[in-house]
Each structure stands twice: as C-alpha cells, then as structure tokens.
Ligand binder design. Structure first.
Ligand code: NOJ
Length: 535
C-alpha cells in the first residue's frame, strides 16, 4: 500500500496526535496513579479539544523499573492500569468518537522478568539463549566491549550462574533482544498482530534505531564533544550499537505486518540527525510512516536555526514520505519550561501550522510547566542513577491538572508525583473559561488546522526573513496562509523584500489582532505569532 499525499490523504496526514502518559492522566481507582478507566472518563475532553489520535505510553505488565518500558508480558494489561476488558472498552470508546488509538511497542528490550529472558538466562544451551545478546568476558574478565548504558554505567551485566555478560542499552532490568534471530522477529510480529486484530490503529515503536547492533560488537569510538554535564552515555559515539544498516529490513518486515491490515500506521522513535532519520521511511516508503522528528525538541530556539532545519528536513524527506513534528514527550523538558509561557504559544502555532503530523504532549495545551521534584521524591531511574546531572524526567511526567480541587481532579488521593504550587490557576477547568488562555488558543489552532486543507495537506513554501522572525507559507489550491512567528521577546518588523503580502489576520497569539488587514510591512510584538489568510 503506497500512501502518498497525492493519492488519498490518510488519517495521520490530517490528524493530530496527543500523547498520554497513563500514570499521570486520570486516576479512577483511588491509588494516585492514572489508569485506563481514567482515560475513558476524559475522552470527551480530548474530543472537545479536537485531537484525532491518542498515543498511550506502555500499559503492559511490568516491574516498573523504567515505568512500563520494561515489559514482562506484551499481550496483557498491568493491573495498575486495569484489565483487558477496560482496554477493549477504551478502544471502543475512542473509535466511537472517531478517534484513533496508538500503542507503545517496545521491541528493543524486555523486562528481565519476562519469561523469554528467564528462559534465556537459565542455561547456555536453552533454546532461547540466543534471543538476547550474550557474550563471554574478555580474558581479563572485563566486558566484551566498551558500550555504555543510556541510563549510566556499562551496557553489560555479568550473569554469575551462566558466566556470560548480557547487553542492555538501558537498565540492567531491560535486556536487549537479539533481532538478528528470526524467532525473536516472529514473536514480536505476533505481538503486533495480537493488538492489530483487536483494532488498534498503530504503534509508536520505542528506540527503533537501537534495535540492531553491529554483528561483531565492535567498540564505540570516543565522543570528542563530550562535556562533564552530559549523561555518561554520551562519552562515546554509538556508531556500532545503534543505527545499523540491517535495521531497515526489519522495519520493512514490521511494516508488512501492518500493511496486512487497513490504514494502520507505525511511528519510529528515532533520535538521529536528519539525513539518517529520513532513511527510516525505508526504500520506496516501505519503512516507518512517521520517523519521529524531534527537531523542535532539541534544536536551539531561534529563527535562524529552526528555519534552516525545517528547510533541510523538507528537502530530505523522500518522495511520498510524510513529515511530522513533535513538541514534547515524557523524556524531555516541557516546551513551556524550555522557551517560556509566552513563547510556548508561538511554539504551538509553529507545531500546528508546519507541514506534517503534529504530536503534542498532555498538559501542553494548558501550559503545564516542569514541576520541581525534591531529591527524596525522585522516581525516574535516569535521575536516580546520575543524581548530579539533573537528568530526571519526573518534572515533565506530573499529573494532569484538571481543576481546583485538592489533587486537581487527577485523583482523590495523593498522586504518585506531586502537583505544582500553581495548579489552582493552571488547569483545564479554569482555562476553559478564559478566552485568552492557552487552552482556548490551542483549541482554536487545532480546529483551524483540522478544517483548513492548506494547513494539513498544503505545500510548505519558505519565506526568507532576517532576525527573529520565522516565516513560511502554506498553500493548497487557491488558499494561502502566511505564518509569521516572532521567536524573540522583543518587537520585530516583517519587511518582505521580494513580494507583496496582503491579507487578513485569522488567528493570533493576541486575539485582539484578529480580523485586521495587513499589507507589506507588518509590526510584530515580542512573543507574537500571527496567521494571515492571503488575498
Ligand atoms: C524511550 C522511552 O521513551 C523512554 O521513556 C524509555 O526510558 C526508553 N526508551 C527505554 O525504553
């Protein structure tokens, strides 16, 4: 199935993806931890907001060493989150509202308590031994190579009983599967079919670029750009432990599994530079539908850098490939904490007017900030393992702020992570009443994007500007929008040199500007974004 935008636009071309971190969205069973029934209770809100698809981080049985990214059974639901019946009801309720459900698939590693690993570690000649990456020690007893764990320390763990090391890119409780083994591939394809048969609409595939490792397990080279404040993992360039050429055949096989069903999609979580990233579309688009593009998360927030990267990305996408943009997720500081509250409005306009599927993170629509978590309350293993480096992801994983009640409507008991001091001001209930607030603004942007073909399937045309303005045009047939974004706090003047733009402001960070006519030079306030329908 080829799905170019020239042919029929599919749901993810038009759609907006909303990520839910299930522990933190809505608790329904009074334990301070979010669950599936809680999500069901909030679906009307998501429909009102206007998003088209929900991606939920892992909900499977797990010892929770990495909060669900250590899976002990791929085809069941963790009792903390509910039952399989609850899941079926969630899926049905999502579909009833014409929305889609995307599950998190974690194929790179299992939990060390998964029955596959228990078997694999039981003896050297167990039939599942080769399902994981086992290797003898070097002669001096040290690790087979220098690979490091993303979460700190060595990537190898010694197994006393069977006298070999196993490799784990993340925690030692997350042993990496050996994707060179065809039985592993088949087992994971069966997992995909299990959920696809139920009717889920797609997967977000965890750390897709980690899945295959160098066959000879060669040492990674040192990173000359390493600095002390960085995670220890960054001491080396992961040239042999990630992004290996053989990954593309495997992704293509995963895609074949999906293509046996109607309109299902696959997102790849891939942190790579643009020219490596786009290879994950596959040859002739037989790879991931959306290799996640994290440019808005990890590039410096200035007009010059971003416009360069946007143009580079647009130019690098293969014919028939569909772009996408991510503003935040459960691993990154929130947008409001990276660029500030006023600039976060500009970021929202950028996310929702660029060409390509936008992915937003729960709570961004009300301007939730990273919440400071005192050291004794830190839960995230990345934060706990490298306490001096300020790498905990907890601040961006705090409970959704719904209302002014004691636990902000998230739960009726103390939540697993604390709420911020300002939650009685910053919450859905209060912002629903504020036509100038972040929520109303997000909702209008979402609606505008959904309704206007120029904004969801239209072409992207760069407009060269100087200084702090990021500017581009989206157009479809005879409708053209000019997007003007001031990435600075200070005023700026849009002074086009080679064209004459006249039109009407249809949406603005300051709604007072809406309806005004503009022509030629346009004065912009600091932190301002405007969307102009050109004549
Ligand atoms: C990426 C996930 O987004 C992150 O939360 C997790 O810790 C690692 N993969 C390991 O699964």
């Amino acid at each position: 199935m080829k799905d170019t935008q020239q042919e029929k636009p599919l749901w993810w071309h038009k759609g907006i993806i909303y990520q839910i971190y299930p522990r933190s969205f809505q608790d329904s069973n009074h334990d301070g931890i979010g669950d599936l029934n809680g999500i069901i209770q909030r679906l009307d809100y998501l429909q009102w907001l206007g998003v088209s698809a929900v991606w939920i981080s892992p909900i499977y049985p797990s010892p929770m060493a990495d909060y669900g990214y250590d899976i002990a059974d791929y085809c069941a639901i963790h009792p903390l989150f509910g039952t399989m019946d609850d899941f079926d009801r969630l899926l049905e309720e999502i579909h009833r509202r014409d929305m889609k459900l995307i599950l998190d698939l974690v194929p790179n590693h299992t939990s060390s308590e998964h029955p596959w690993f228990l078997e694999s570690r039981s003896s050297k000649d167990n039939p599942k031994r080769d399902w994981y990456i086992w290797k003898d020690a070097k002669e001096d007893g040290s690790e087979p190579n220098n690979w490091l764990s993303v979460f700190g320390g060595s990537g190898w763990e010694w197994d006393e009983d069977t006298q070999q090391y196993y490799y784990h890119a993340f925690l030692k409780e997350q042993p990496d599967l050996n994707w060179r083994n065809p039985e592993v591939q088949e087992a994971m394809f069966d997992v995909m079919r299990f959920w696809l048969d139920k009717g889920v609409d797609g997967f977000r595939v965890d750390v897709m670029w980690h899945m295959v490792k160098d066959e000879e397990l060669r040492d990674n080279p040192p990173n000359p750009e390493y600095q002390e404040h960085m995670a220890t993992y960054e001491k080396l360039v992961p040239a042999y432990s990630t992004d290996q050429p053989e990954i593309h055949d495997i992704v293509a096989k995963m895609r074949q599994v999906l293509d046996a069903y109607d309109e299902r999609m696959m997102i790849g979580e891939i942190y790579l530079p643009v020219h490596r990233l786009v290879t994950y579309y596959g040859s002739d688009n037989n790879g991931a539908h959306l290799p996640f593009n994290f440019m808005l998360v990890n590039q410096d927030w200035n007009a010059r850098t971003l416009s360069l990267h946007i143009d580079e990305y647009e130019g690098a996408i293969p014919p028939g490939g569909w772009p996408n943009w991510v503003i935040g997720n459960h691993d990154q500081p929130r947008i409001t904490s990276r660029v500030g509250y006023s600039q976060a409005k500009v970021a929202a306009m950028l996310l929702l007017t660029l060409r390509g599927t936008p992915t937003m993170y729960y709570g961004d629509e009300i301007g939730m900030r990273d919440v400071p978590i005192p050291p004794e309350e830190v839960q995230d293993p990345q934060g706990l393992n490298m306490p001096d480096k300020d790498l905990s992801r907890d601040p961006a994983r705090t409970p959704m702020q719904w209302d002014t009640s004691e636990f902000s409507g998230f739960s009726d008991t103390k939540p697993w992570l604390r709420l911020p001091d300002n939650f009685r001001r910053v919450n859905v209930e209060v912002q629903k009443e504020d036509e100038y607030g972040m929520l109303s603004y997000y909702r209008r942007l979402i609606r505008m994007r959904q309704e206007e073909p120029a904004l969801h399937i239209g072409d992207y045309v760069p407009v060269i500007t100087k200084g702090s303005l990021l500017t581009f045009i989206r157009k479809h047939e005879d409708r053209q929008y000019l997007v003007l974004l001031n990435l600075s706090h200070r005023p700026s003047l849009f002074r086009p040199e080679h064209a004459n733009y006249t039109g009407t402001i249809v949406l603005a960070t300051d709604p007072e500007r809406e309806g005004a006519r503009v022509e030629q030079n346009i004065s912009m306030s600091g932190d301002e974004g405007i969307l102009i329908l050109l004549d």
